[in-house]
Ligand binder design. Structure first.
Ligand SMILES: [Zn+2]
Length: 322
C-alpha cells in the first residue's frame, strides 16, 4: 500500500516563524539531510505564554530565529520528543535564556557493553565522496540532554490559559520517544514517530520495532484530528496515513519471513533482495531496519537465531519450529 505522503514542504522558508494556526508557529532549521528531510521543524505553541517543542539543532541561524520569534513572550515550558541531534541540542541554550522547565520522558538510554558488529561493505561506498560515515549512517545522539521533569504516558503535564498538553509515550524510533497531544485542535505533535515525508528509522539497540508497532496502534486508536511531525508537513487526514505506515511494516515483515523460508538466512542477504532497487549506499541503514524486524520476529516466536543466541546484525536466522 502506498503511503499517502502529504504535499512537500521543501519550499517552506528557513529560520522564520510561520504562523500555522492561531496557536501554532513553526520554525524550520536549515539542516536538510537524508534523516531530517527539508529540516527540523521547531513548534512554538501559544501566543503570550508559550511552549517550545524540540528547540532543534545547534545552528546559529536557527537559534537567532527562535530568539526573534520568542522576544517579548514568556516561555513556560520546553518539550523534547527525543535526543537525536536534530531535536534537542538547542534546549540547553533556550533553558539558559528562559529558565523554562524542560519536559521529556528521560535522557537517551545508554547501552553499556553493547558492541556494534562491523558490517561495512566497501562495494557500497560512494566513490565520489569521502564523507564522515558516523554522521551519515546514523542519527547522532545528544547525550547531554536530561529533562527537569520526566513525564509519564497519559499525564497532562502542562496547562496554560490557552491549552493543555498530554504526554503520549511512543517508543520505537527511540526508547524515550514522546509525542505531545494539544487539547485545542485535537493535535498530536509526533516528533519522529510519524514523519510527514518518509517512514521513520528504527535502529537497534535503542530503536525497537515491537515497540514501534505498539506505538503506531496506539496513535491510530487516538483518532487525533491532525498530526504535526518534526520533519515534513502536517498530516490532515491521519487515519489512512497511519494505516498505510503500519501496512508497509507488516508487508516488510512478511517479505523477511518469506526470504528466511527460502533459505536466505542473513541480514545482508535479505537486504540484497528486498532493497535491490534502492541505492546501495542505503543498504547499510536498511540492514539495521531488517535487523529490528528480526529482533521483533524472534521475540514474537516466528523466527529463531541459528545459534540460539541473541539476534545479531551479522547472525543467521531460521523459521521457528511450529
Ligand atoms: Zn530522530
Amino acid at each position: 500500500m502506498a503511503i499517502p505522503f502529504v504535499p512537500r514542504i521543501d519550499d517552506a522558508p528557513y529560520a522564520v516563524a510561520e504562523q500555522m494556526t492561531p496557536l501554532i508557529q513553526r520554525v524550520i532549521a536549515k539542516n536538510p539531510s537524508k534523516f531530517s528531510y527539508h529540516g527540523t521543524g521547531t513548534y512554538i505553541l501559544g501566543t503570550k505564554d508559550v511552549v517550545v517543542i524540540d528547540p532543534g539543532p545547534e545552528l546559529d541561524s536557527h537559534r537567532d530565529a527562535l530568539h526573534e520569534a520568542l522576544a517579548g513572550r514568556n516561555v513556560v515550558g520546553i518539550v523534547v520528543t527525543h535526543c537525536h541531534s536534530d531535536h534537542s541540542p538547542l534546549t540547553a541554550w533556550l533553558h539558559a535564556e528562559t529558565n523554562a522547565t524542560r519536559y521529556a520522558i528521560g535522557p537517551h538510554q545508554v547501552y553499556e557493553g553493547f558492541v556494534e558488529e562491523d558490517d561495512h561493505d566497501p562495494s557500497e561506498d560512494d566513490p565520489e565522496e569521502k564523507k564522515n560515515e558516523s554522521d551519515e549512517e546514523r542519527e547522532t545522539i545528544d547525550l547531554a540532554f536530561a529533562p527537569d521533569v520526566a513525564v509519564t504516558d497519559g499525564e497532562i503535564f502542562l496547562t496554560t490559559s490557552e491549552f493543555s498538553l498530554t504526554a503520549v509515550a511512543t517508543p520505537g524510533h527511540t526508547s524515550n520517544h514522546l509525542s505531545v497531544a494539544m487539547d485545542i485542535d485535537r493535535a498530536l505533535f509526533t516528533g519522529d514517530h510519524v514523519m510527514g515525508w518518509s517512514t521513520t528509522v528504527v535502529s537497534p539497540p535503542d530503536g525497537d520495532m515491537r515497540q514501534y508497532f505498539a506505538s503506531m496502534e496506539k496513535v491510530i486508536a487516538r483518532r487525533d484530528a491532525i498530526l504535526w511531525p518534526t520533519h515534513g508537513g502536517p498530516v490532515t487526514d491521519p487515519q489512512p496515513f497511519l494505516h498505510a505506515y503500519l501496512a508497509h511494516r507488516v508487508e516488510r515483515e512478511k517479505q523477511i519471513v518469506e526470504q528466511i523460508a527460502l533459505g536466505n538466512d542473513t541480514i545482508p542477504g535479505i537486504v540484497k533482495v528486498l532493497y535491490a532497487s534502492i541505492d546501495k549506499r542505503l543498504h547499510r541503514p536498511a540492514r539495521r531496519s531488517v535487523w529490528s524486524h528480526l529482533r521483533k520476529l524472534v521475540d514474537d516466536g516466528v523466527v529463531t537465531t541459528s545459534d540460539g543466541g541473541a539476534p545479531r546484525l551479522l547472525g543467521q536466522y531460521q523459521l521457528a519450529p511450529r
